[in-house]
Unconditional design. Sequence first.
Length: 344
Amino acid sequence: MTLSKPTEVESPVATEAASVSHEAALYSSSPRSSLVLGAESSPIILPHTHCTIRPQVRLARYTSYRVGGPAEWFVMPHTANELAESIAWANKHSIPVMFLGAGSNLLISDRGLPGLIICTRHLRHSSFDPATAQVTIAAGEPLPNLAWKAADLGWSGFEWAVGIPGTVGGAVVMNAGAHRACIADILLNTQVITRTGGEATLDATDLNYRYRTSNLQGDLSRFVVQATFQLQPGYEPAAIAKKTRHHQTHRHRTQPYHLPSCGSVFRNPNPYAAGWLIEQSGLKGFQIGDAQVAERHANFILNCGKATSNDILRLIRHVQEEVEHRWQQWLEPEVKIMGEFEIA
Ligand SMILES: Cc1cc2nc3c(=O)[nH]c(=O)nc-3n(C[C@H](O)[C@H](O)[C@H](O)COP(=O)(O)OP(=O)(O)OC[C@H]3O[C@@H](n4cnc5c(N)ncnc54)[C@H](O)[C@@H]3O)c2cc1C
């Protein structure tokens, strides 16, 4: 393994004893090797690649909430080979691995996350096959780009995705959706890399898709590398572009895109929408620190400037308790809450 000079290293953030642990606990149980971890570590260049694994990288700049402490180790591979080498490196040192796409559905603890965080944003390619109208897209491609590319071709199927600021990988795992459509409607199959470096192709039926979830969620042994979708060709590009633009405009009118958020915080229970229950509980505008229940859409919690992850989680808890008190309905978070927090 080659050691390079420390460059572009983010400030290390001290971690304290934890009181509450969320999903990170799922992937923090691997035995540690003798690798020197923590603030003193230097960036590491993976052999035969230009790919650098960096220690103590602040995750706030990689999440749409603009909050989150440091990743113990962080890498952004550009190619499948760099991705495979990154996983092999984590295996060699027996440290946990988590994938991060656009970070648009994550609340990461102020204390950060253990192990190697693999950000997929540089894994970019897309191929549109005119013979079949099938589209194969790498994990790191942003959904809005695809919506517009499909519109240019006059292919229908991705119009609903224009306002969702996630990547293909995150969308496949989350079964992202909007405007009564979702990934499950168009996914044919997805190629995954396993924790041991193997590859597999999973059909959509293997993913057990349900409302905003799949059986890849919380699965830390299989990660999405690319996905193939079936679109419907033969439309006037202007007609598809019009529908896409309509969805985009509608969302910007009804949802607060002007401040950092994770989109809808809670899953919609039946029969009432989470936003309606929160609004009826008088919580619009309610604020803890710089975290605020949005005035424009009560299922959004905004970072109004200097909110911490802890502020946001405290506000999530407050909303859950108030809505339960008034409606006897416990709202389940849609946002993935990762790491150790000061409050329950
Ligand atoms: C303003 C705004 C509006 C939004 N509107 C919507 C909406 O209308 N509908 C909707 O469904 N969502 C919406 N979202 C939420 C979010 O954009 C989606 O959930 C999106 O699919 C998350 O993708 P991501 O790349 O950001 O995933 P991340 O947030 O980075 O990760 C989400 C989960 O997926 C895992 N993951 C990410 N990539 C991979 C991969 N390649 N392989 C394996 N696991 C992976 C992560 O580990 C994590 O558990 C919105 C968010 C914002 C900020």
